[in-house]
Design a protein around this ligand. Structure first.
Ligand code: PLP
Length: 369
């Protein structure tokens, strides 16, 4: 869509130079489509993937629109079989949800309760732990290490007699960091002998080494581990609401009892078609990586520190209170992430299209330069 107001248009032309610079860098990493003019304000606050699903997935969803009068039984079982094959588990080990958020909520409903505790990093993604807290569980927060990564040893040490579950977010939201695979695998293997461990891999397919970092092998070993994944991030289907958990057959059956919605028909159809286009997903991963690298080049020039990013977002130090920084960026037409205590002079910014990022880069130069 084109800029709609004179201010938007001015902003667009003003940032054309930055767009060319950003694209030169991006193009070196991977050819990208010609940028369309962005829609203002540029929304880089919710870690959405603006590249969207594969064209084949959009075609399939369009073709099936007239089927929405039907319940989604066959499409559900078809996708469950596909996911089970992809993950190397039995179909009974897959729990579908309306977004991975619904699976996290269902896990919280199952595992939470008074007189117990949930161990997690701080800051991290709060949906599972909030669901536990609503059932009466207390939060045991373990600080990230100096690189803003989860600290597996400290998390293991925080597990006690009252612990009901442990939550690990890898890559972590909001910092974007991943944990070294082996220490994490060892911690989760040991702790899951005592309590269920949730490993939220919502962003792992955006990272450089999905195969080396996923802990789904622990589910295959029979450990009490729940891996959650989503179609909202690398698959670009956030608005369709579809995600899933992979776990033991026993836990899967228990979690499923707390799923109250589940994915809709077009979400199932879109997810199924997107999984069939591995090349498209790989290209999306390249575009996200190119966007991260281009943003880091800007931050380097501006002298800002950042946490090493492996998701579709970057967490960096602005040196200004986040409320003030957000307002300044918004005045330049860019919406960035909310405050993430205790890092109140840091900001999370999602990776948009090259055109959106050009606007964001220009705004950063203006606000921080
Ligand atoms: C780490 C993490 N897990 C899970 C979710 C939930 O996503 P969804 O419900 O769209 O799958 C999000 C959303 O941003 C997230 O950041």
């Amino acid at each position: 869509m084109s800029p709609s107001t004179p201010l938007d248009r001015r902003q667009w032309f003003k940032t054309a130079g930055a767009a060319v610079a950003a694209l030169t860098l991006t193009a070196r990493l991977r050819a990208v489509p010609t940028p369309a003019a962005p829609t203002f304000p540029v929304k880089l606050s919710l870690n959405e993937n603006p590249f969207g699903p594969a064209p084949g997935a959009i075609g399939e969803m369009r073709a099936r629109v007239t089927d929405v009068c039907r319940y989604a039984g066959t499409d559900t079982s078809k996708l469950v079989r596909t996911l089970a094959e992809k993950e190397g588990v039995a179909p009974a080990q897959i729990v579908l949800g309306a977004g991975s958020g619904e699976v996290l909520e269902a896990c919280g409903a199952l595992l939470g309760g008074p007189a117990g505790e949930v161990v997690c990093a701080v800051p991290t993604y709060g949906q599972f732990t909030a669901a536990m807290q609503r059932r009466g569980s207390a939060l045991v927060e373990v600080p990230l290490n100096a690189r803003m990564e989860h600290d597996p040893d400290a998390m293991a040490a925080a597990v006690g007699a009252k612990t009901q579950a442990v939550y690990v977010c890898n890559p972590n939201n909001p910092t974007g960091t991943v944990v070294a695979a082996e220490p994490l695998r060892e911690m989760v293997r040991a702790v899951s002998a005592r309590v269920p461990v949730l490993v939220d891999e919502a962003y792992l397919e955006c990272s450089d080494d999905f195969e080396g970092r996923t802990l789904v092998d622990l589910v295959r070993e029979g450990r009490r581990v729940v891996i959650t994944r989503t179609f909202s991030k690398i698959h670009g289907l956030a608005g369709q609401r579809i995600g899933y958990g992979v776990t033991t057959p026993e836990l899967a059956a228990q979690i499923r009892r707390h799923i109250i919605g589940g994915p809709n028909l077009l979400a199932l159809v879109g997810a199924q078609a997107n999984l069939a286009d591995a090349d498209y997903i790989a290209r999306t991963r390249q575009k996200i990586k190119a966007g991260r690298e281009a943003l880091l080049a800007v931050l380097r020039e501006l002298g800002c520190a950042w946490a090493e990013p492996q998701g579709n977002f970057v967490f960096f130090r602005t040196g200004r209170p986040i409320g003030e920084f957000r307002a300044a960026m918004q005045a330049e037409g860019v919406i960035v992430g909310r405050p993430f205590p205790p890092y109140l002079d840091w900001c999370r910014i999602s990776i948009g299209t090259p055109a959106e990022m050009a606007v964001a880069h220009a705004a950063l130069y203006k606000v921080l330069g």
